[in-house]
Design a protein around this ligand. Structure first.
Ligand SMILES: [Zn+2]
Length: 188
């Protein structure tokens, strides 16, 4: 929870802010890095939930609340309703007790937002093939797709650009070429 987002998030945020309709984040990460980097909470889908939210371990109530600032093993967090154990509101494997309501409302907001941009582009970053949910989601949108990955950068999709490398390196290279493009435009 204390991780500081790297400079790549800042570049993405800069590009998003330069667009009329901004951007929407779809992430399988549960660490809240996009929020920490300054992205609008209302423009994020956390498809596997968040480590920053808690829920009842038995899901006795649909309530989801802010994670306690620190966790002492001797005094594990409790559900305010039943007094049983509380747990982070993110998806574990074979996890029927995960309360999906918060993620579902994020998805709903994204579906509404998606109607707005005229020529949207998907930038997929570091999505693996072992758990391909994010890759499948990115391809299912049938939009121009930029896939940034250190080793699994291929795709069979049309309208597709593969960029091989770490997120930060590739995002910096894109930003450099965007700046160069703007400079050329002004020289003309
Ligand atoms: Zn409970």
């Amino acid at each position: 929870r204390d991780t500081i987002p790297h400079a790549g998030y800042e570049l993405l945020l800069k590009w998003a802010r330069a667009k009329h309709h901004g951007a929407f984040v779809y992430t399988s990460n549960v660490d809240g890095q996009f929020q920490a980097a300054g992205f609008d909470e209302a423009r994020i889908v956390e498809c596997h939930g968040s480590i920053h939210r808690f829920q009842c371990a038995r899901a006795c109530t649909p309530a989801i609340w802010a994670a306690p600032p620190s966790i002492v093993p001797a005094r594990p967090p409790r559900c305010p309703r039943c007094g049983g154990r509380a747990r982070p509101n993110f998806l574990l494997f074979s996890d029927p007790a995960w309360i999906v309501a918060r993620t579902n409302s994020q998805r709903l907001r994204m579906e509404v937002w998606r109607m707005a941009p005229i020529r949207p582009v998907v930038i997929e970053i570091g999505a693996g093939i072992a758990l391909p949910g994010v890759r499948m989601f990115a391809e299912s949108l049938r939009l121009p797709l930029v896939r940034i990955n250190t080793h699994d950068s291929d795709s069979s999709s049309a309208n597709f650009l593969s960029l091989h490398g770490t997120a930060l390196d590739v995002l910096r290279r894109i930003d450099d070429s965007l700046i160069a493009q703007v400079a050329t435009t002004y020289v003309r």
